[in-house]
Each structure stands twice: as structure tokens, then as C-alpha cells.
Write a protein that binds this ligand. Structure first.
Ligand code: UT7
Length: 326
């Protein structure tokens, strides 16, 4: 009998410090950087974001999200036999945030744990890898987390980027099943666009060599995002043999409301079928899709049996999608 994977629990966590556009604008004004609530809302749909306090790491946010996902699944941490964390803001250069999370969860069963680095597509990549490992028989019960503290890599003198991002974590528990849950996945990367969205610096010789802050060509990323998101959505639908009209919910990466509206339009999906959390979360990179998914599940919007299309796009350039039966 063919083996599938199913999402059996979701969870998420936002650090308590909520920073509204007005609060951020006032803080930036003190540094001579001019922005406004009106500009940010009009161009992005973002009203506020959450920032983690100093000393709080990706693994701390991941722990809270993971515990909530495990509770929703009715499973204990010891039952996990694989942990994958998608993050571009790991606690350390190494070991992986996943290994640190395993320890914080109190797991002593020796299960494998590793990070996936695909920036804002990280969760989609991680979930596709987890699904493949379940299908191959390498794992039965997987924790997949997207967790980020992007506030640590923002240049608060660059208004074109610092107003866009926030911190947070989202998680799912994936279990082996006789019936399909993950119906199809579609992943891509194009390394020629490395410079469009990157943190170019690296650790070398006891210091940081190069620029350790996020740099983005927003307009170029916007254009690429809109085109690849439509293509990957169609590819996942085709692989699953499902029509766009059968999609109950689109859960896109939460970067910009205008990108989501454009994607929905191209897929002929009404905005009522699109989960939108960017207003309150900002862009939380690898955490944005599982945060939005958990939000919609807990709000009673996404229900068991529904078809959900997850879509990510980001630095690399990377992009991809998954079609999931909840
Ligand atoms: O997560 C990975 C994926 N990332 C994304 O998907 C991000 C994609 N890109 C975007 O979302 C948009 O391109 C941005 C939100 C980054 C920018 O929106 P835009 O409509 O493309 O604005 P723009 O870059 O064309 O800038 C328009 C104007 C410029 O002024 P001038 O040259 O017209 O005088 C900017 O200097 O807005 C100015 N501007 C700002 N003004 C006030 C840029 N940032 C700000 C700001 N506040 N924060």
C-alpha cells in the first residue's frame, strides 16, 4: 500500500512586542529615516509586525510554535522521529536550529534534526522534504517549523526594507497515513538572482566579512514573485490532478498584499479564498506560511478535508508550492 503524509496539527507563535507602523515610523524619524503608516499600508498592506526581545532566538519562537502544533496533534515530543526547521536567521552558524530545538523540546530519542535554508520559500521546501521522507519510509512523525528573527538582520536606516519584515514561528506535525494529505509539491531555484535579496556578509577569521544586513531590490523581487507564483501553482495543481476551482484556500507567503492579490487574480481565485495575515505579521520569511496556516485553522476557516494551496517565494531566488488536503 502506498504511504502518504498528512498534517495532523498546526501551531504558531508571535513574540509579544507588537510594533505598529506609527510606532516604527516614530522610531525611524529619530534616526532621520522618513516613512509613514500611509505609505506602508498602501504599498504593502502591513499595519504592524512583532519583534522578539533581545536574547530571544529562532529556536525559542520555534519551541512555542512546536509545542502548540504537538498539542493540536495530540502527540508528545518523544513521538517525533524527524525535525526540520526552515530558517534564515538561525541561532548560531552551527549547530542547526533544529538540533537546538530538539534539545529544548526535551527529546532524547536521537531523531534526526536539520535546518533548511531557502529564505521565504523555506517552509515549502521543508514540508516537501518531510513529505518525501515520510513517503520513502524514512520517517513517520515529523515536526516541520518555520522560524525567524528577521529584526536581527534589518538595516533600520534603510526604509525600503526595514518596514517590511517581522519575527515569528509556525509549525506543523506531519504523520504517515494510508490516505493522501500532501497531494503534490513543486520546488524551484534560480541562483542567477542571488543578489536580488540577500544578506551578503559571512563569518570569517573571527569577524564578519562583508555586509551582515538584508539587501533587496524590491521591484525586481516583486516582478519575479508574481510570475513564478502563478507558474508553480499551476504545476502543483497539475501534478495533483486538481483544478484551480477546487482549491478551497490559498495560503501564500505573506510579503505584500499586492503580490497576493495579483496571484489570486491570475489563478482566478477570489480574495475570500486567500488567507491574509500580512497586516498584523509583516513578512516573517520562512515563518509566514505556517503562521498564516495556523491562524486560519484556529479561526475555523480552514477545515478538515479542504484543499489548501501553499506558496512560497524568496531569496535564492527560490519558489515553490504544495497542494495539501487537510
Ligand atoms: O519575502 C521575499 C519576497 N519579498 C517581496 O516579495 C518584496 C517584494 N517587493 C515589494 O513588496 C515592493 O517592491 C516594496 C514594498 C518593497 C516597494 O514597493 P514599491 O511600490 O515597489 O515602491 P518603490 O520601490 O517603487 O518605491 C516608491 C517610492 C520611492 O520614492 P521615489 O523614488 O518614487 O521618490 C521610494 O524611495 O517610495 C519610496 N519609499 C518609501 N517611502 C516611504 C520606499 N520605501 C519607503 C518607505 N516609506 N518605507
Amino acid at each position: 500500500m502506498r504511504r502518504y503524509s498528512r498534517i495532523v496539527g498546526t501551531g504558531s507563535y508571535l513574540p509579544p512586542r507588537r510594533v505598529s507602523n506609527d510606532e516604527l515610523a516614530a522610531e525611524l524619524a529619530g534616526k532621520g529615516v522618513e516613512t509613514s503608516d500611509e505609505w506602508i499600508i498602501e504599498r504593502t498592506g502591513i499595519h504592524a509586525r512583532h519583534f522578539a526581545d533581545e536574547g530571544v532566538c529562532s529556536s525559542d519562537l520555534a519551541l512555542q510554535a512546536a509545542q502548540r502544533a504537538l498539542e493540536a496533534a495530540g502527540l508528545g515530543a518523544q513521538e517525533l522521529d524527524l525535525i526540520i526547521v526552515a530558517t534564515s536567521t538561525p541561532d548560531m552558524v552551527f549547530p542547526s536550529t533544529a538540533a537546538i530545538l530538539q534539545h529544548k523540546l526535551g527529546i532524547s530519542n536521537g531523531c534526526p534534526a536539520f535546518d533548511v535554508q531557502a529564505v521565504c520559500s523555506g517552509f515549502v521546501y521543508a514540508l516537501a522534504v518531510a513529505d518525501a521522507m515520510v513517503q520513502a519510509g524514512s520517517a513517520r512523525c515529523v515536526l516541520v517549523v518555520g522560524s525567524e528573527v528577521f529584526s536581527r538582520i534589518l538595516d533600520f536606516s534603510d526604509r525600503t526594507t526595514c518596514v517590511l519584515f517581522g519575527d515569528g514561528a509556525g509549525a506543523v506535525v506531519l504523520q504517515a497515513s494510508d490516505t493522501p494529505g500532501i497531494l503534490a509539491s513543486d520546488l524551484h531555484a534560480d541562483g542567477q538572482h542571488v543578489g536580488l535579496l540577500c544578506v551578503p556578509g559571512h563569518v570569517s577569521g573571527g569577524g564578519i566579512l562583508g555586509d551582515p544586513l538584508l539587501r533587496m531590490d524590491g521591484q525586481a523581487v516583486f516582478k519575479l514573485a508574481v510570475s513564478v507564483l502563478e507558474k508553480t501553482a499551476h504545476a502543483a495543481l497539475e501534478k495533483a490532478g486538481i483544478a484551480a476551482t477546487e482549491v478551497d484556500w490559498l495560503v501564500p507567503h505573506q510579503a505584500n498584499i499586492r503580490i497576493m492579490q495579483s496571484t489570486a487574480r491570475r489563478l482566478h481565485l477570489p480574495m475570500e479564498k486567500v488567507v491574509v495575515t500580512v497586516a498584523e505579521h509583516g513578512n516573517t520569511s520562512a515563518a509566514s506560511i505556517p503562521l498564516a496556516l495556523d491562524h486560519a485553522v484556529r479561526a475555523g476557516q480552514i477545515k478538515p478535508g479542504q484543499n489548501v494551496l501553499l506558496e512560497g517565494v524568496g531569496g535564492g531566488f527560490t519558489w515553490g508550492s504544495l497542494l495539501v488536503k487537510m
